[in-house]
Design a protein. Structure first.
Length: 302
C-alpha cells in the first residue's frame, strides 16, 4: 500500500514540476513583453503605437502577480534579483496610473533615472531567463488544453478505490518497478535540464564573420551566441526579412539558419541544427573574438 501511494505521489510531483516550468515560461514571456514596450516608450512615447502599447501593458500586467513573477525567476522578494522584478511590476502599474490615451507625453515623467536603471537590470536578467520559441509554444499549447481537475475529495476517493482493486503482489512489484524507473527518469531529466540550460546560455562576443543570402556573401559580426542561435550585426546592408534562410560562417563551416527577427542593424538567427558547446567555446576564445556588454538591442535569437 505504501509503495502504491509512493507511485501516485511521484506521478503527481512530476506533473506539478512540468506544469510549474510551463507556467514559468509564460510569465517570463509576459515580463519580456512588458519590458520591450516600456523600453520603447522610454525612448519615444509619441508614436502611432502608443495607444496599443498602453492597452497591451494593461492586459498583460493584470495577469502577473508578484508571487508568480518571483516563482518564474526562481527568487524571493528579499533577494536583489527578486526585488528587481517586483519593482519592475510596481513601476509598470505606476506608469499605467499616469498614462492618458489622449496624451503620449503623459508617461514621460515616469521614466526617471531610477526607472531606467530598473529596466536595464531587468534586461540583463532576461538574457538567461528567456525560454526558447519552442518552449513558449509548448507552454501555450499545454495551457490551452489544460483540463480542470476533479475536487480533492473525489481524487482521494478514486485513488482509494483504485488501490483496493489493484493491490496484489504482482501489482506491488509492478508499481515498485515503475517507482524506481520514475526516479531514474527524474534524475536523468534533471541532468538533461542542467545541460540544456548551459547550452542555451547566451555568450556575448564580437566575432567577425560572413553570411550568405542567396548567391550574395556579406560581412557581418556575431554579437552573442549559444548552441541554438546567434545575434548577427549586418552593418548598413538592407536587413533580411523574417523567415529568410541564410548561412552563417562559424569557424570553417557554413551553418544553415533562418531569420527570427530583424531591425536596422541586428538580426536574430536560429540555427536549423544546434551547434555543439565546443563550437560556441571556439567562437568565444578564437583570436579576434572579445567579450562585451550586451547592448539595448533585441537579444532573442532563438
Amino acid at each position: 500500500m505504501r509503495l502504491l501511494a509512493c507511485a501516485f505521489a511521484i506521478c503527481l510531483a512530476t506533473g506539478a514540476q512540468a506544469q510549474s516550468a510551463s507556467q514559468g515560461c509564460l510569465v517570463i514571456a509576459d515580463i519580456d513583453r512588458l519590458h520591450g514596450i516600456q523600453t520603447r516608450l522610454a525612448r519615444n512615447p509619441d508614436s502611432v503605437m502608443f495607444v496599443d502599447d498602453i492597452r497591451m501593458l494593461r492586459n498583460t500586467v493584470s495577469d502577473i502577480s508578484d508571487r508568480a513573477a518571483l516563482e518564474a525567476v526562481e527568487s524571493n522578494a528579499l533577494a536583489i534579483k527578486g526585488n528587481t522584478f517586483t519593482r519592475f511590476l510596481q513601476n509598470t502599474r505606476a506608469l499605467l496610473e499616469l498614462a492618458s490615451l489622449d496624451d503620449p507625453n503623459s508617461v514621460a515623467p515616469h521614466f526617471t533615472s531610477r526607472v531606467r536603471t530598473n529596466l536595464a537590470n531587468v534586461r540583463s536578467y532576461l538574457v538567461d531567463l528567456r525560454c526558447t520559441a519552442e518552449e513558449i509554444a509548448a507552454a501555450e499549447d499545454a495551457a490551452a488544453i489544460a483540463i480542470t481537475d476533479t475536487s480533492d475529495d473525489d481524487a482521494v476517493e478514486i485513488i482509494r478505490e483504485a488501490a483496493e482493486q489493484l493491490i496484489s503482489w504482482t501489482n506491488l512489484f509492478l508499481f515498485t518497478s515503475i517507482g524506481l524507473s520514475t526516479l531514474v527518469i527524474i534524475r536523468l531529466w534533471h541532468r538533461f535540464s542542467v545541460r540544456r540550460k548551459r547550452r542555451a546560455k547566451r555568450h556575448a562576443v564580437t566575432y567577425k564573420t560572413a553570411y550568405r543570402l542567396g548567391n550574395a556573401t556579406r560581412s557581418g559580426r556575431l554579437i552573442d551566441i549559444n548552441c541554438y542561435g546567434t545575434k548577427l550585426r549586418h552593418g548598413q546592408d538592407v536587413p533580411p526579412s523574417k523567415g529568410t534562410a541564410l548561412d552563417v560562417l562559424i569557424g570553417d563551416d557554413w551553418v544553415s539558419a533562418s531569420v527570427m527577427w530583424t531591425n536596422a542593424h541586428y538580426t536574430g538567427v536560429q540555427f536549423k541544427r544546434s551547434v555543439s558547446l565546443d563550437v560556441v567555446q571556439e567562437v568565444r576564445t578564437k583570436k579576434g573574438a572579445t567579450r562585451q556588454k550586451q547592448s539595448g538591442a533585441q537579444l532573442d535569437a532563438a
